[in-house]
Design a protein around this ligand. Sequence first.
Ligand code: HXC
Ligand code: NAP
Length: 292
Amino acid sequence: MSYKEEMLQPGALKGKAAMITGGGSGLGKSMGRYFAKLGADLAIIGRNEEKLEKAAKEIEAESGQKVYCYPADVRDYERLSEVVEQAGKDLPHLSILVNNAAGNFISPSERLSHRAFDAVVDIVLKGSFYMTQLLAKHWIAEKMAGTVLSITTTYAWTGSPYVVPSACAKAGVLAMTRSLAVEWSKYKIRLNAIAPGPFPTEGAWSRLMPGGLAEKFDPKKIIPVGRYGEHQELANLAAYLVSDYSAFINGEVVTIDGGEWLQGAGEFSPLLDLPEVYWDQLEAQVKRSRNK
Ligand code: HXC
Ligand code: NAP
């Protein structure tokens, strides 16, 4: 057994269909690929139609499941309304939403234009609310149970310099998740979130570590387990959280970051760099003073 392996039993999502925003690449594609392997049909959303079609072909060929592509910008409420209406017809068993699409970049906050702030908040926070509300209205009208999984980050609660629009937006998504988990349980709609640490993707790496930044800042060095996340381990967690196995988990955020944020938060974490010989000396000194 290894964290790189598929975890759920075959057929765990059989008979279900999942809509994934940003399902054409990165973590969205990895989650979709695994959901399809577990028996789910898919509806994938993104701005680039070619990218969506390519991912759909690959996943259909691997899994034999149906993958519908809906080119859309999650900032465009009217277009999303059309998508949800069409997807409800194409996939009457659509009962899972994954809010995964995101916009982000690294920048000192005093240099941001108001349009830069808007771009990220509109994609992450407003896009997630639009999708969630549109799908929920569909499920409520059809008297269907549904489940929503939103991909946030650990700095949703700690905040982080240089990614303020993203931190604000992800904090909002977490608040939405917890609020609606309570409000919509009467409709049998369940909402949860995942807060990943660094999982290499072209999209995230190009925007968060542009230029030579990767040499100055290697996130691996601040992760206690000493490595990045593997896409399959995130896909395993996501599949569990959208499956019926997690039916009693509602309004929760599961962190999957190798202990990264806790290490950053620990008062004495900087001492982790001290050599063992320092602790030997300290222990001897303490013993001497206690024996006086
Ligand atoms: C400062 C920037 C900028 C940058 C864009 N802007 N990039 N400002 N630094 N690097 C400004 C622009 O100048 C413009 O403002 C405004 O933002 C909108 O820019 P557009 O290019 O017109 O926006 P758009 O084409 O809509 O693209 C949205 C985007 C882009 C967010 C800017 O990066 C994108 O499409 N991203 C999608 C994928 C993505 O970001 N993936 C990373 C997710 S990783 P002005 O004033 O000039 O008009 C992630 C991980 C988190 O979330 C945790 C990691 C551990
Ligand atoms: P990514 O590779 O950049 O993928 C983002 C996806 O979202 C792309 O498929 C993109 O497709 C789509 N997208 C972006 N803007 C959109 C818009 N306006 N409308 C519709 N679709 C849009 O990012 P990722 O690394 O896979 O991240 C996925 C999720 O995990 C995000 O929520 C991110 O914040 C979160 N996360 C990632 C990491 C990490 O280390 N990778 C860590 C913590 C959290 P188009 O460009 O074709 O639209």
